[in-house]
Design a protein around this ligand. Structure first.
Ligand SMILES: *Cc1c(COP(=O)(O)O)cnc(C)c1O
Length: 396
């Protein structure tokens, strides 16, 4: 089947919820993917910060096929060995105490929202059910998580939305303080905003939020669905700040391309849930957790994380050297970088694609760079040189 065959069939049968680029990717290896015509692309999208070990990584392929020949699925009616192993590893590395598994980022955040409310309900403080969230955040597409998302475009047409969410300004501690009251149960924030334009939180901001939470007995939830799993140069983005949350959510990179989400919590916060309070049929399934355990194992290797830091610094330096009057800022952390333009950058993304480099925007004016974490210097050089060529041709 050609690209066009796949696209026209897709238009006939797949629901029209995505603005898609006009290619069908059919194969991947390492940092490269191929479309149905055989054209090769250097992939700096990685399934949107998902394929952290690149495509079809041999080690996780092995973990997946071994598990596929052993046990696919049972149910959380029973103990699941790879799930228990993954929970132990995540707990050990995060400094939190308990893990809950689900299948996506939205579900992980939905679980966090439910846990925070139930925690106060169990303390006989059920009126304490309000969340402080942030403008330009992104937390997912379920009704509760899109309400937590501080961007009107995601909410339009879905009223009535769940109640109990108020919106502060990111990196503005005073705007948070103004919203805290006796009904606040949790503050939910991305340590590095992803979809909102690759914006890292300032150190004083995250520390200030932790202090507010400690003083008022509020739970702090970090959404690390995008910035977690090594992306920032540390396993958890919060480890860059020395600020520990009560609850943290993970998904995207956790399975390296296999769908899985997780919520980690302190024992105290986790005490909000008792058997029957929350569940997921597929959550923590043997296939997903066997793969994620392997992925996490790779990230616990110091050499691997050194590469993230080195390549992140190198890419940042290269991007900062690109000279173009339309570039307004280059920012981010580790291998989660953004280049902000004065104008809409969608056409630039298309030009890069034509030249064999996949990139994705983070909002209309920010180019996002979220390559595999095991990217090498030659691949970074190739990406930057394609970007420079595309900039030369870009009429905007
Ligand atoms: C992608 C993303 C989500 C939603 O994850 P899904 O798996 O698409 O549900 C939530 N939070 C952040 C920060 C994300 O980047």
């Amino acid at each position: 089947m050609t690209n066009n065959d796949i696209i026209s069939k897709g238009q006939d049968y797949v629901m029209n919820t995505y603005g898609r680029f006009p290619i069908a990717l059919v194969k991947g290896k390492g940092s490269y993917v191929w479309d149905a015509s055989g054209k090769q692309y250097l992939d700096f999208v990685g399934g949107i910060a998902v394929c952290i070990l690149g495509h079809c990584n041999d080690e996780i392929n092995k973990a997946l096929t071994e598990q596929a020949q052993t046990l696919w699925h049972v149910s959380n009616l029973y103990w699941i060995k790879p799930q228990v192993e993954l929970a132990e590893k995540l707990v050990r590395e995060s400094g939190l105490d308990k893990a809950f598994f689900c299948n996506s980022g939205a579900e992980a955040n939905e679980a966090a929202i439910k846990l925070a409310r139930k925690y106060f309900y169990r303390q006989k403080e059920g009126q304490r059910n309000q969340f402080i969230v942030f403008k330009d955040s992104f937390h997912g597409r379920t009704l509760a998580t899109l309400t937590a998302t501080g961007q009107a475009k995601y909410q339009e047409g879905f009223a009535p939305l769940p109640q109990g969410f108020v919106y502060a300004d990111f990196n503005d501690l005073d705007s948070v303080k103004e919203l805290v009251n006796e009904n606040t149960c949790a503050i939910m924030v991305e340590p590095i905003q992803g979809e909102g334009g690759i914006k890292p939180a300032e150190l004083s901001f995250l520390r200030g939020i932790r202090k507010i939470c400690d003083e008022a007995g509020i739970l702090l939830i970090f959404d690390e669905v995008q910035c977690g799993m090594g992306r920032s140069g540390k396993l958890f983005a919060f480890q860059n700040y020395g600020v520990k949350p009560d609850i943290v959510t993970l998904a995207k990179g956790l399975g390296g391309g296999f769908p899985i989400g997780a919520m980690l919590a302190t024992d105290q916060a986790a005490s909000g849930f008792a058997p029957g309070d929350h569940a997921s049929t597929f959550g923590g399934n043997p296939l997903a957790t066997a793969v994620a355990t392997k992925v996490l194992g790779k990230l616990c290797d110091q050499d691997f994380m050194d590469n993230v830091k080195q390549m992140g610094d190198y890419l940042m330096e290269k991007l900062q050297q690109v000279s173009d009057p339309r570039i307004q800022a280059v920012r981010g952390r580790g291998l989660m970088l953004g280049m902000e333009f004065a104008v809409d950058s969608k056409e630039l993304v298309e030009l890069c694609m034509q030249k064999g480099l996949l990139l994705v925007g983070a909002g209309p004016r920010v180019l996002r760079f979220v390559p595999p974490l095991n990217i090498n210097q030659a691949e970074v050089n190739q990406a930057v040189s394609i970007l420079k060529e595309a900039l030369k041709e870009w009429q905007a």
